[in-house]
Design a protein around this ligand. Structure first.
Ligand code: GUN
Length: 293
């Protein structure tokens, strides 16, 4: 088994981005790329994701601004905030950390983000363009998975790829991307979800298995084909006295047992999560250079 090392890959790509910031912006006297992040409420996981994004921005020489609001903010007020950030010409990329509180309609909020600043690739315009194979911001986690497959030279053409989970953020877009007519694509994709009967009979046929269900340790060794490539998108915070933070991260895959059976696997932590942040940085470079729009 070989690790698909998201940490190593993220470090390499961040160095490439930092060098691009120097050459394409600083050396030309242009303002460096700037991400604005909107965070509503005090969900610990969301706070930790935002802290990770701020740290990555600093590492590559971007500016980041975090706009924090209490959980009680109204939908109308949040829409006003987004319109204000849309119109701020100093901001290249705009993200709204999800999930939002229940009284706010996430779709309505995402629709307010200018597609030109939508570095998460969540706006219907970007999703529509992705489906049509037009230039767009790809959603960060699927883009990170494609980058890992590309940089580790894992063949996808003609392979059986099984995706577990149909979220708008991961499962649906990665299944579309892997089935596209494209270098990293041309796979036969099966998308499984909570109403799929006998999932094991499907996963055990997968050359590439992408797991994004949000169920701790769901994938066990008996579900995985010998020498499959396994990508674990799950992130669960498990309370632990062994760490300073008071928790440990675990995925949707039983890493210890599954790793003995597969050819490649992403660890949690140190796998897809770090690639998501890097994809966001790459999308911000594209936004700042106005490559897509
Ligand atoms: N919540 C979980 N994943 C994501 C992500 O990729 N972007 C945003 N904005 N929120 C998330």
């Amino acid at each position: 088994m070989k690790l698909l090392d998201g940490k190593l890959m993220a470090t390499q790509i961040k160095a490439e981005i930092a060098s691009d910031v120097q050459q394409s912006f600083l050396n030309k006297g242009l303002p460096v790329p700037h991400i604005a992040a909107v965070l509503v409420g005090d969900d610990p996981a969301s706070q930790s994701y935002i802290a990770g994004k701020e740290k990555a921005c600093k590492e590559v020489g971007f500016i980041s601004s975090v706009y924090r609001y209490p959980v009680t903010i109204t939908q109308e007020k949040l829409i006003e905030v987004i319109r204000f950030l849309n119109d701020d010409t100093e901001i290249d990329g705009l993200i709204v950390q999800l999930p939002l509180p229940k009284h706010i309609d996430e779709n309505k909020i995402i629709e307010q983000i200018k597609p030109q600043k939508d570095i998460d690739g969540f706006h219907p315009v970007n999703i529509g363009r992705m489906v049509l194979g037009l230039p767009c911001f790809l959603p960060a986690t699927p883009k990170g998975i494609l980058t890992l497959l590309e940089r580790y030279q894992i063949e996808t053409t003609g392979k059986n790829c099984v995706v577990l989970g149909r979220s708008h953020i991961v499962g649906s877009p990665i299944s579309i991307l892997l089935s596209r007519k494209s270098t990293i694509g041309n796979a036969t994709v099966t998308l499984c979800h909570s109403h799929t009967p006998n999932i094991t009979s499907i996963t055990s046929q997968a050359d590439i298995l992408i797991v994004a269900m949000g169920k701790l340790g769901f994938v066990t060794a008996d579900m995985v084909k010998q020498d499959a490539v396994v990508i674990d998108v799950g992130i669960h915070r498990i309370p632990s006295d062994e760490t300073k933070s008071g928790f440990k991260l675990k995925g949707d895959v039983d890493f210890e047992k599954v790793s003995r059976k597969c050819s490649y696997i992403t660890p949690v932590p140190g796998g897809v999560g770090l690639m998501t942040v890097v994809s966001l940085l790459q999308n911000t470079i594209l936004a700042a250079k106005k490559v897509i729009y």
